[in-house]
Every structure is written in C-alpha cells, then in structure tokens.
Design a protein around this ligand. Structure first.
Ligand code: ZN
Length: 343
C-alpha cells in the first residue's frame, strides 16, 4: 500500500481521467440497486448470490457479468443514476474533468427483457447526468464508441446516430471498444472518417487483447489521436517509434490489464518501459466499478509498483490535460493550477 502521505498528495493532485466507461463504472451496490429496481434475476450470473466485489477469469467471463449490468440500464433515469454515481466518486478524488465513454449501440438495441431506448431518451439521460456532474464539480466530455464485437462494420447504427440531431452535449470523440481478437479495426475506417468529418476526435481501443498490429491499424486506418491501452505496442520497436513520433497518447489502465490477464503481474506492467521509450501515457481506471478501483488507487499503484514519482505524476496529469478534448479555457486553468502544485 501507498504510504499515507503519498496517498494524500495523490488525492489532492488536480486530475483528469480520459479512459473510463460509463457502463463499466457501476459498483456492486449500484448493480444490485438497479437489479432490485427492475426485479431482475442475478442468479444466472452469480449463482451463489451477490459477490463482495466483482472478479473475473479473463475477458469473456468479464463480458458476461458486464452485460448483465448493462441489461439493467433501461431508461434515461437509469443513466442519470449511474452518471451521478460516477461523478460523485470522481469528484471525491479531485478529478476535475473526465472523458467518459458510453456505448450508444447497446442502449438502442432490443435485448431480452428490455426494449431499446430511443435516441432522445439516451441523449436526455446523458445531458441530465452531465448537468448534475457539473454541480458536483466535474466537467464531463462524452466519447461514444462502436462495440466492435457487436456492431459489425456493415452496420452503421453508431455513426448514423453521431451524424444525427440527437447527440448529447459535450460529445468530443468516437471510440472503438469491445473484444479485439477476431474484430480488426481497419473495416471501421469509413465510420471513423465520417466521424472525423463532423469534428469528432478518434480514440479507439487497441493493443489490449491483441498485439502491435492492432495498434498500428488504429493509427493508420482510424487516425487515432489517443489509444485506449496500447500497452502491447512494445512487441514492435518500429511501432513504438511511430507512436513517439506521432505524439499519440496511450491511456494506460493498470488494474484493468491485471484483472483481464493482459499482464500476469503488476510488476511486469509496460508503463515504465513505455515512458522510458518516450511514449506519452496517462493513467486511468477503465471500468472502475467492475474492477473495484478508482483513479487515486491507479496512481498509487504506479507510485508503489511502477516507479512513478511525484514529478512523474505531475507530468502525466499535465500531459493528460493537454491530450484531452476539454475546452481551451478549462485546459488553461488546469495547467496553471498544476504548474504551481507543490511537489
Ligand atoms: Zn476501455
């Protein structure tokens, strides 16, 4: 564990988070409350009753539990509930700005016991949640991602929605999420080109469950400005050089990588080697509810296990602010605050 003094310094450091999934932010308590709200049956996923904390055996097992949680998001009000829960949690850690990924496609889809949400209800839920987040002191930007293992490239549900009249306030980017293996990025090039043509930034996941080729394709085919994870780029030194030269930032999520088996032990995490190679990196929680983590915990792991000192943390926050799609006004104010933050 991080010593107490270090923990309070990390806690007080003004922070931004660029890689956190709204639908992955639900804690056991929130999933349970939503399950009760809708009279759902959790025993098909957890036959022995509610767990103390979620645990997983690899990505497919994680996905099964994740989709149960997702099936409980049936109305705009459910979205407001989880956005406000997330906002309260991140605000308590002095996170000032968060870019939150949400998967519109899964809410529009008819799925078993629930019918799909309308675009208007989804938009209104996000707008109301974002308004409440601001009251808690956190500005939210939205990333809406294509779930590569659900929305095949021939479908255009997400990109059609993004081009339409019902997008939420604060929408900044398009993402590409889901299980990489067997679902390459290149077939989504047209979707990303359309999104970029309407001013959205490109922040796909890559190099998590697949290797270097997936990261290269995210940059070459999708015009990635930041990459979710990307930690497996180290398998290819030429690619590492391309990432450094292009200034693409990797959104690193240590606990997520450990729990989903991307790394076997935290000591072997790629973060120190990425920084040594000159790759821009920032720290994130990915799915904080499901992984029972928060941003201060992730920063603490980086301090404790991965050799990041206070100067390194400060530099990572400054880099994350610069690589964010927050308003210039907010960026300037956060950078000014970080510049005078005591080390
Ligand atoms: Zn992610």
């Amino acid at each position: 564990m991080v010593i107490e003094e270090e923990h309070s310094w990390l806690q007080e450091l003004p922070k931004v988070e660029l890689h956190v999934h709204l639908e992955g932010s639900m804690s056991v308590d929130t999933v349970r409350a939503l399950s009760d709200r809708h009279g759902a049956d959790p025993t098909k996923v957890w036959p022995n009753g509610w767990p103390e904390a979620f645990s997983f055996d690899g990505f497919p097992d994680f996905a099964q539990q994740f989709f149960f949680g997702l099936s409980l998001l049936r109305s705009g009000q459910d979205l407001v509930t989880i956005i406000e829960d997330l906002a309260v949690t991140v605000a308590s850690q002095n996170v000032r700005y968060a870019e939150v990924t949400t998967t519109a496609y899964t809410h529009f889809l008819d799925r078993g016991e629930r019918s799909g949400m309308s675009q208007e209800e989804y938009r209104d839920g996000l707008n109301e949640g974002r308004r409440r987040a601001a009251e808690h002191g956190v500005e939210l930007g939205w990333v809406i991602d294509i779930p590569r293992d659900l929305e095949i490239p021939d479908q255009t549900v997400t990109i059609d929605y993004l081009e339409g009249p019902n997008t939420p306030d604060g929408l900044v980017a398009i993402g590409l999420g889901g299980y990489e293996v067997g679902f390459p990025a290149a077939p989504y090039a047209e979707h990303f080109a359309r999104a970029q043509a309407i001013g959205l930034h490109s922040v796909p996941h890559a190099g998590e469950t697949e290797g270097a080729e997936s990261v290269r394709s995210a940059i070459v085919d999708l015009g990635a400005e930041r990459i979710g994870h990307g930690v497996r780029c180290l398998e290819d030194p030429e690619l590492v050089k391309m990432i450094v030269d292009s200034g693409v930032m990797l959104e690193v999520c240590p606990t997520s990588n450990l729990l989903l088996g991307v790394v076997e032990e935290m000591e072997a995490h790629a973060l120190p080697a990425l920084q040594e190679a000159g790759v821009r990196t920032c720290l994130n929680t990915d799915d904080p509810g499901w992984f029972a983590t928060d941003l201060v915990t992730e920063l603490g792991i980086a301090s404790d296990v991965l050799g990041i000192d206070r100067t390194g943390h400060l530099a990572m926050q400054q880099g994350a602010v610069a690589a964010s799609f927050a308003s210039q006004e907010l960026k300037t104010s956060l950078l000014a605050e970080l510049a005078t933050h005591p080390i």
